[in-house]
Design a protein around this ligand. Structure first.
Ligand SMILES: [Zn+2]
Length: 403
């Protein structure tokens, strides 16, 4: 994972403002747009078009999240990428950020070269005004949905295929991605989650047959809906609806989404009195420092930080039955690590010990939170013998310059 802030100074010094034309619209609020914080997840075909529109609209702060490099097959649908980016194996997130600033140097752009499910803390979601999903896999959508619900943020999902596309606005308490998943969607998600390697879990990406036209139509609508949310004009958004566009047969339609299900796992929202901002803690704090701080703050000796993934503590080669002690977050497990412990080429290994809770008995309390897969600005879920608390790593406040 890498992140960087980019800021160029505009060379334009006269009294004309970038958004002078927009200001002619009576409802336009320059201050709200300048203060706005938008996270764009995925910098492929849709992401490129979304970013271009956000830049042209002078949206003040943009965070781009993507873990991929630019490939030749991306060029036909990506207005921000060039052939030279392919030759040098450039990161989508970084190049997208640089090109967005070339379009509009008045805005602030941050990028995270990482996976939305591993490398982005929930506290970063909390700082956003709206999240725009430009993804092509269900697991990442499910993850964004859960995170957005927890911190009460609306996320705008876009999807494209062939000459068609769709847009869905998920606003907590109104609509929910998980509630709409079918049995076959779940079967697909479970199959993907069963892949131990991160690359395999994401292997469907980038291969949907489509055009830059579908991308620009759906992305334009995503950004227009985001603009309404930034202007606090929720009543005019398509929240609770899905917009479908069929470019071959020339029809478009809005569907009302199904009501929320009662037993859905995504619906947990953190209440204001459950959230603690811990400015003394960051992703660089050790586990023991964190546990001690929590004991003092919560006035209890029983602290358990619960994770939504497993930490692998031991692996065993299946044919030779040799075991190795390790401490690796399961989402960070790669093919390379498999190979490292294989005695014979091709020999399988199994995870034979793991935990998904951090407490005083963790095998190495000197490790830093980042070593066990906790990203900057994460909001820890902390269980005591009495209650559950949510503790944001406030020491990471300066991680991205979003103020
Ligand atoms: Zn739901």
């Amino acid at each position: 994972m890498a992140k960087k802030s980019l800021k160029l100074e505009s060379s334009h010094k006269n009294e004309v403002h970038w958004d002078d034309t927009f200001r002619l619209m009576s409802w336009w609020k320059t201050d709200d747009v300048k203060k706005a914080k938008v996270m764009v997840v995925g910098a492929g075909a849709l992401g490129n078009e979304v970013l271009k529109n956000l830049a042209l609209l002078n949206i003040g702060h943009i965070v781009i999240v993507d873990f991929d490099t630019i490939e030749y097959s991306n060029l036909c649908r990506s207005v921000l990428y060039r052939e030279s980016d392919v030759h040098s194996g450039k990161l989508k997130s970084q190049i997208a950020a640089e090109r967005v600033l070339e379009i509009n140097p008045n805005i602030h752009v941050e990028y995270i070269n990482g996976d939305i499910m591993i490398d982005v803390g929930l506290g970063l979601f909390r700082k956003m005004d709206v999240i725009i999903g430009c993804l092509d896999n269900r697991i990442a959508r499910l993850f964004i949905n859960k995170y957005a619900f927890k911190v009460n943020k609306t996320w705008i999902d876009g999807a494209i295929e062939n000459l068609s596309g769709q847009l869905t606005i998920y606003q907590p308490t109104v609509s929910c991605y998980e509630c709409r998943l079918t049995d076959s969607d779940w079967a697909n998600i479970r199959f993907k989650l069963g892949c131990a390697d991160i690359a395999k879990r994401n292997s469907t990406q980038g291969r949907v047959p489509t055009t830059p036209i579908s991308a620009s139509i759906i992305a334009a609508m995503q950004v227009q809906e985001a603009l309404k949310i930034i202007h606090h004009n929720e009543k005019h958004t398509m929240a609770g609806q899905q917009f479908k566009y069929d470019g071959m047969n020339n029809w478009m339609f809005n569907f009302e989404l199904e009501p929320l299900k009662e037993d859905c796992d995504s619906h947990y929202a953190i209440k204001a009195d459950e959230l603690i901002i811990a400015n003394e803690l960051s992703h660089n704090s050790t586990i023991s420092e964190t546990i001690e701080w929590l004991k003092n703050r919560l006035n209890t000796q029983k602290i358990a930080i619960t994770l939504n993934y497993k930490i692998v503590l031991e692996i065993t080669t299946l044919s030779t039955n040799k075991s190795y002690d390790i401490i690796i977050p399961e989402p960070h497990f790669t093919e390379k690590m498999h190979l490292k412990y294989q005695v014979e080429p091709g020999e399988a290994i199994g995870f034979t010990k793991y935990c998904s809770e951090i407490n005083s008995n963790f095998p190495d309390l000197t490790l830093k939170l980042k070593n066990i897969g906790i990203p900057p600005l994460q909001i820890l879920t902390v269980e005591t013998d009495q209650d559950i608390f949510f503790v944001e790593l406030g020491g990471d406040h300066g991680y991205l310059n979003l103020n």
